[in-house]
Design a protein around this ligand. Structure first.
Ligand SMILES: *[C@@H]1O[C@H](CO)[C@@H](O)[C@H](O)[C@H]1NC(C)=O
Length: 470
């Protein structure tokens, strides 16, 4: 009966015979109190044995704002595996479209069907993909005024309320080991969410938060953004003279501050024009070696250029495929999703007006306090990303370790996936580690799915990355 009440089921159900009660309890166990959110089958999906759920959790008390989630249970023994919340960044981009359907979810859309991802993170965990804040993807506020000036604080609070209420809906996951992982602007979302959870736990310990993993995260604005110049230069994307002006006349942190502050100077405009001309829009800044999806880059110009090479493993146009898939009526029905206040599902929100100068709020110090409160932290970097380059993240983690007085327990070394180097890693104390993923983009599990899964597994197990061949 405990579960019935906690799931807000009608109390009328109590008034039944004990036999019926048993039956209800049995049904309850299978469908839980989230029966309505269970996905029977996604259109075009291959046969799978794990449970999938999707739906809304209201996060305000007026019934106006609700966040959409997609939850996949672990392929094997979900009852023994941890719970992981995955968040993409933006701010304003979708964890469903990017995280689940392009990175580490069980399927990737391809034409009319879904193809199984052999390196899905639900091999290791039960994973929730959350579209946050309201205004992203299928998540909404029926009062559009909410979208003006959404900031980090509001997002962290909604995310925590979401988790709290989600656990009411899925009581079998209460007390389960919980991890939060994500990338990019989630370098803000995750530490800020973890911080309010730790605070909440002091009064009422409902979150069994064990660790966070941050991929190519924004942790400290100037260090992260100004490492871009050297990255471009050392990868041959800009000339020596452009590097000079990009590090003296106007650096990137200054440009972004001016841009989002609405005070762009001619000086910075000139420098950025030069940088943009040399780096070219035909190079993906999120992966300087990966081919671009021409239909995305040239969506305005209708030029058709065949570029798919034989044997290419990565579908660089997966974003287009995801947009098509998630805008299908039958897919939305299967996901129990609805479009409120927008005509289409989009990868990144067109209605949300996020407080973009929140970019400047440092979160590296929050990461430090999380480490101190016993939460394991992994910062990892796809090493082909020029947007949040590994060099900035590595410096930030190194400095944090020094400030916390943590000694190196695993000196900087390579780690292996199979018989190849998967990247480099360094561990500080027993709670803080850094790792690169070799050949990976900003969206590491998208471009290096196998290596990313090895990293994810080691993170959950709290072990250093593999030191030798396997
Ligand atoms: C970037 O530019 C700002 C403003 O001009 C300056 O204060 C800062 O020191 C510069 N940072 C780097 C890393 O060059």
């Amino acid at each position: 009966m405990q579960a019935l009440v906690s799931c807000n089921r009608p109390l009328a159900m109590v008034v039944v015979s004990s036999l019926q009660l048993l039956l209800i309890a049995a049904l309850f166990h299978l469908g839980s109190c989230n029966g309505g959110d269970r996905i029977t089958r996604l259109p075009g999906q291959p046969e799978v044995s794990f449970g999938q759920y999707a739906g809304y959790i209201g996060v305000d008390d007026k019934g106006k704002r609700a966040l959409f989630y997609y939850f996949v249970e672990a392929e094997l023994d979900p009852a023994t595996k941890p719970l992981v919340l995955w968040l993409n960044g933006g701010p304003g981009c979708s964890s469903l479209g990017v995280g689940a359907f392009s990175e580490n979810g069980p399927f990737r859309p391809s034409g009319q069907v879904l193809v199984k991802n052999e390196y899905s993170w639900n091999k290791e965990a039960n994973v929730i993909y959350l579209e946050t804040p309201a205004g992203v993807g299928y998540s909404y506020s029926s009062d559009a005024a909410y979208y003006q000036g959404v900031d980090d604080k509001m997002t962290a609070m909604d995310n925590m309320v979401f988790l709290q209420r989600w656990l009411e809906k899925f009581p079998q996951y209460k007390g389960r080991e919980l991890y939060i992982s994500g990338e990019s602007y989630a370098g803000h979302y995750i530490p800020q969410l973890a911080e309010v959870m730790v605070e909440f736990n002091k009064k009422n310990k409902i979150f069994n938060l064990k660790g966070i993993a941050l991929g190519n995260p924004v942790l400290e604005f100037t260090t992260d953004f100004n490492s871009r110049a050297e990255y471009f230069w050392s990868h041959g994307l800009i000339s020596d003279s452009t590097y000079r002006i990009f590090t003296s006349v106007c650096n990137y942190s200054r440009y972004v501050t001016e841009y989002y502050g609405g005070s762009l100077t001619p000086l910075c405009t000139r420098v950025m024009n030069q940088v943009t001309r040399e780096t070219s829009r035909f190079v993906d800044k999120y992966d300087v070696t990966l081919d671009v999806c021409l239909s995305s880059v040239l969506s305005q110009s209708k030029i058709l250029t065949p570029h798919q090479q034989a044997g290419q493993r990565i579908d660089v146009c997966v974003e287009d495929e995801t947009v098509n898939y998630l805008n299908r009526k039958d897919v939305q029905e299967a996901l129990h999703a609805k479009l409120i206040g927008v005509k289409n599902w989009a990868v990144c929100s067109s209605v949300l007006e996020y407080e973009l100068l929140n970019l400047q709020i440092p979160t590296i110090n929050i990461v430090g306090s999380l480490v101190k409160s016993g939460i394991r932290v992994l910062v990892y970097s796809g090493d082909q990303d020029s947007v949040i380059p590994l060099t900035g993240s590595r410096t930030l983690v190194q400095n944090l370790a020094r400030n916390l007085g943590l000694k190196t327990t695993v000196p900087y070394r390579v780690w292996f996936e199979g018989q190849q180097v998967g990247g480099w890693t360094q561990v500080y104390g027993d709670m803080l580690s850094f790792a690169t993923i070799r050949g990976a983009s900003h969206e590491a599990p998208f471009s290096q799915p196998e290596r990313s899964l090895v990293l994810f597994r080691a993170f959950l197990q709290g072990r250093p990355l593999p030191e030798t061949f396997s």
